[in-house]
Design a protein around this ligand. Structure first.
Ligand code: CTP
Length: 350
């Protein structure tokens, strides 16, 4: 008689604040080591005592992490230093962490206990992306918003297309790179392939299309993607290229390069495929080539009202004419500016 293979359960944990492609790559690598991946999301209090206040609270961070296709279970409000008791609580065989050492509030390697009992495995930390880098860009935006009235800055940024250079290369013409290009995170086709789903749509599948910049992943994005997926069987997400986002949102955007934004969306369990550098104005050709039956109107929500001029270009004109537009209700009122404000207030509180 064949013996049933035991289910291997791994535990991974972190803050996952301002989630990025490095975190998603960590989930992907960890999931390969087990049948089930449990993700502990450190409590606001624990993170605060080690790293300072979080931008997203525990509930928001859990919603974001839970939407990742490599995470099977989310454990909220976990301790920063996992122990044998933590693994037993979630029925996990071992703990997985990146090859960096995370020091806890006592200055001790937070994996020390689980390393000592042989219940520790490691994955390769992804170079070139970090919460700190994203937070510092958001801090710049918040400082600008505080300096000038919000409306003024939005208006000015729409007309003045000189990019803010986060790479300290003031003489580099903007055409040579994306606007807030991240030269430390190289866009490799292999990584995109590792993230992408191989599922092809069936002939009978109802295909839904939703587009946007998808810059900082937040609970509103997740809500929108869940609702978009519910409208059909196969969800394709259009992601605007850096220059396009820069033109309609202004100088400081996007914070994440196209490559990073593509990876973040591909990591989402509700997404079946992405269009890399999707057209701002949805075309007849796009709808036909992708066999789209429903287009979710998302832009004014995703950009938090920063888009009034660009909306004059009527990005949804064609799907409106075809009567395939769907307007979904989103409860979350989060915007990029609100996230920047939170980063600014956190800095003040330190
Ligand atoms: N991680 C990773 N690659 C990165 C950043 C994080 O593989 N570029 C991994 C860490 O090794 C850890 C997990 O993601 O196992 C959770 O990280 P988190 O606690 O959120 O924070 P940091 O490790 O400090 O990451 P960041 O610098 O982005 O805040």
């Amino acid at each position: 008689q064949l013996k049933e293979k035991p289910v291997v359960k791994a535990y991974v944990d972190g803050c996952y604040d301002l989630i990025h492609a490095g975190h998603y790559n960590a989930f992907r690598q960890s999931r390969k080591l087990a049948d089930v991946l449990v993700c502990g999301v450190n409590s606001d209090l624990e993170v605060s005592s080690v790293k300072g206040p979080t931008v997203f609270n525990n509930e928001e961070r859990c919603a974001i992490v839970g939407a990742c296709k490599w995470v099977d279970e989310v454990a909220p409000d976990t301790e920063y230093t996992p122990t044998v008791e933590t693994l037993n609580r979630y029925n996990c065989d071992f703990y997985v962490h990146g090859d960096d050492v995370a020091l806890n509030s006592d200055g001790i390697d937070s994996s020390h206990e689980l390393k000592a009992v042989g219940r520790f495995k490691m994955f390769k930390r992804t170079r070139g992306v970090s919460t700190t880098d994203i937070a510092s860009k958001l801090l710049t935006i918040d400082a600008k918003m505080r300096d000038r009235k919000e409306l003024e800055i939005v208006e000015e940024e729409k007309t003045n297309l000189e990019p803010i250079n986060f790479c300290n290369q003031p003489n580099l013409p903007s055409v040579l790179g994306s606007f807030n290009a991240n030269p430390n995170f190289l866009a490799s086709a292999k990584r995109i392939a590792n993230f992408a789903s191989v599922k092809e749509p069936l002939e009978s599948d109802k295909i839904v299309y939703v587009d946007g910049s998808w810059d900082i992943c937040h609970p509103g994005h997740i809500e929108l993607l869940i609702k978009a997926k519910e409208l059909g069987d196969y969800l394709i997400v259009g992601i605007h290229e850096d220059q396009c986002v820069n033109q309609y949102l202004g100088n400081s955007y996007p914070l994440n390069t196209l490559h990073e934004r593509v990876l973040n969306i591909l990591a989402c369990r509700y997404v079946d495929d992405v269009i890399i550098g999707a057209p701002f104005k949805i075309t007849e050709r796009l709808l036909r080539d992708l066999n789209v039956s429903v287009v979710v109107k998302s832009l004014d929500f995703i950009q938090g009202g920063m888009l009034s001029c660009a909306l004059d270009l009527k990005p949804y004109e064609v799907p409106y004419t075809k009567d395939i537009i769907s307007e979904v209700e989103i409860e979350s009122t989060l915007t990029l500016q609100e996230i920047a404000r939170r980063v600014g207030s956190n800095r003040e509180a330190i």
